[in-house]
Design a protein around this ligand. Structure first.
Ligand code: ZN
Length: 182
């Protein structure tokens, strides 16, 4: 049987070589990635480049399910393209998500116009709502996530895969570049 001896530098065929295990994306790993996402029409929705790469802890639900699943088992340097349907993304649109509220739920000094977005807060956290109609004192809001009902087309490049630190696991988010700074 073959004897494998670790060597430095490029291995040539027929010479001893070093088998380096690539760290794979799995639970409790911190992943650093660049991404770009477009809709069905090819319109850019978001990209990481402006704010720098994104860091997250895999398996904690920080990414939408379809993207997290697609990244499972991948490694540093991998480039993947994945189409995420609504049920694996931000959900389907719901008619019940369109609600009419009173003007007095908004600050008086804000002139409310169709298309404006507000951040609403409830027990479940933050939510982006969009004004879809203004009729006197009644304002109709769409509380569906702006990306609900959309199939999202991602192009992702995995820049780094590493073990999460105990502190990161404790906090539930990645630290350092692309993550949280305290
Ligand atoms: Zn933290």
């Amino acid at each position: 049987r073959k004897h494998l001896t670790p060597v430095s530098g490029a291995a040539k065929l027929g010479q001893p070589f070093c088998v380096e295990r690539i760290m794979q994306i799995s639970e409790q790993k911190v992943i650093l990635l660049n991404y770009e996402v477009v809709d069905d029409q090819g319109q850019l929705i978001d990209r990481s480049e402006e704010g720098g790469p994104l860091a997250y802890i895999h398996g904690t639900g920080q990414l939408i399910p379809g993207l997290e699943t697609a990244l499972e088992g991948r490694g540093q340097g991998d480039k993947i393209e994945v189409d995420v349907p609504p049920d694996q993304g931000y959900g389907e649109r719901s008619d019940e998500g369109v609600q009419t509220v009173s003007r007095n739920q908004f600050d008086d000094d804000v002139e409310i116009e169709v298309g404006m977005q507000f951040e609403a807060q409830d027990d479940e956290g933050h939510q982006i709502v969009t004004v879809v109609a203004v009729d006197g004192e009644s304002i109709t809001l769409d509380t569906n996530h702006p990306l609900a009902g959309k199939t999202l087309h991602f192009a992702v490049e995995v820049l780094e895969v590493r073990d999460a630190t105990a502190e990161e696991l404790d906090h539930g988010h990645a630290h350092g570049p692309g993550g949280h700074h305290h």
